[in-house]
Design a protein around this ligand. Sequence first.
Ligand SMILES: NC(=O)c1ccc[n+]([C@@H]2O[C@H](COP(=O)([O-])OP(=O)(O)OC[C@H]3O[C@@H](n4cnc5c(N)ncnc54)[C@H](O)[C@@H]3O)[C@@H](O)[C@H]2O)c1
Length: 389
Amino acid sequence: MDQVRIGVIGTGGIGATQVKNILQLPNCRLTAVCDWKKDKMEPPYIPSDVNVKKFTDDDDFFAYGEFDAVMLEIPHYQHVPLALRCLEEGKHVLIEKPVAVDKKTALQLLAAAKKYPDLRMGVMFNQRTIPAHKKLKELIESGEFGVIRRVNWIMTDWFRTQRYYDSGDWRATWRGEGGGVLINQCPHHLDLMQWLFGMPKRVTAVVALGKYHDIEVEDDVTAILEYPNGATGVFIASTGEAPGTNRLEVTAERGRVILENGKLSFLRNEIPMSEFCKTTQVTWSTPPVWDIDIPVAANNPRQLIDVIDAFANSILHGTPMVAEAVEGINSLEIGNAILLSGLKKKFVDLPLDENEFSEMLAELVASSKWEKSAHGENNDFDFEKSQPK
Ligand SMILES: NC(=O)c1ccc[n+]([C@@H]2O[C@H](COP(=O)([O-])OP(=O)(O)OC[C@H]3O[C@@H](n4cnc5c(N)ncnc54)[C@H](O)[C@@H]3O)[C@@H](O)[C@H]2O)c1
């Protein structure tokens, strides 16, 4: 086999983009698409010259079955049931982020997946392929920065308009989406936080529901993260601030690293800060520093394509994916913990009690008073414009 035959479920906003991405990859062949809405499988979503089987019913799609792998490009609550269906049908599966809405359901998927060791299951964490993120990981793992003491990520460059929230019938509702900025936009950065810095042991957060938008879910979050080695972190996210900020600051023994505007800059302490603090004989002094710009490409315009490419190669050649689905549980756990902490106004220890979170979510879903005002559909999705700088 030199090509993976791929079927796509959901060809709306991101799904239509992914269809075009698959068509660019020599190791993939698009064989089938499925969307409940027939018009989502017509131009501009799927170009007219694309020869592919089209279905409006998932059962018919799976009955056709002429694909080795499925990409799920659908709203969040359907990720787990349809990923399970793919495995049961003997198909590899690449799930859009988030892997699930809550940790409990994700655990159920991962437990079931153990029955299918020959099937690959990945999650679309495309931001891991951005050169600055990769470089940062490489430098952290090499020990270049020494012990990390503090991380601050201000991630407010996810501005979303009311028009965006009014599009689609599932967005920004507990019942349809399962949350707001933490479950839709921030899985990427929560994943990067755990990928780069590991899992915190405790979370405290202030979470605002519908602060900037006429929505029932959270659109503004400030969280404090405590790590097992005593390091602390602050994670700030919002879809209401403009102009937004995307700034990661890492304070480590060997200096301070800042990632902003695609630039990675490092003020490197000649002497690690704690050692200097304990040994210097000069009362008013700080360690001498070198000012270093770490050369990296600002972005990766092929980030989605790279994830699909690695997924296909993992099926064809057994090489690593960008992110296994099992890794998706970590960002979910942090996001769930932040929401639980913010809404219940308390410290939340990790590992998160998945039942406590799921019970809270069930209450939010049950008490949801939200009625969508029908302002039409999301017909103008633009991946580039949807991404932070
Ligand atoms: N990786 C990224 O950067 C990125 C960017 C945008 C969206 N997403 C994720 O992609 C997913 C989809 O988001 P979107 O904005 O494209 O949503 P969307 O509403 O624009 O599109 C979803 C499509 O799925 C179809 N659909 C839903 N359930 C279906 C089913 N069971 N069978 C067939 N068709 C079905 C709908 O008709 C719709 O056309 C979400 O998980 C979202 O978080 C990821």
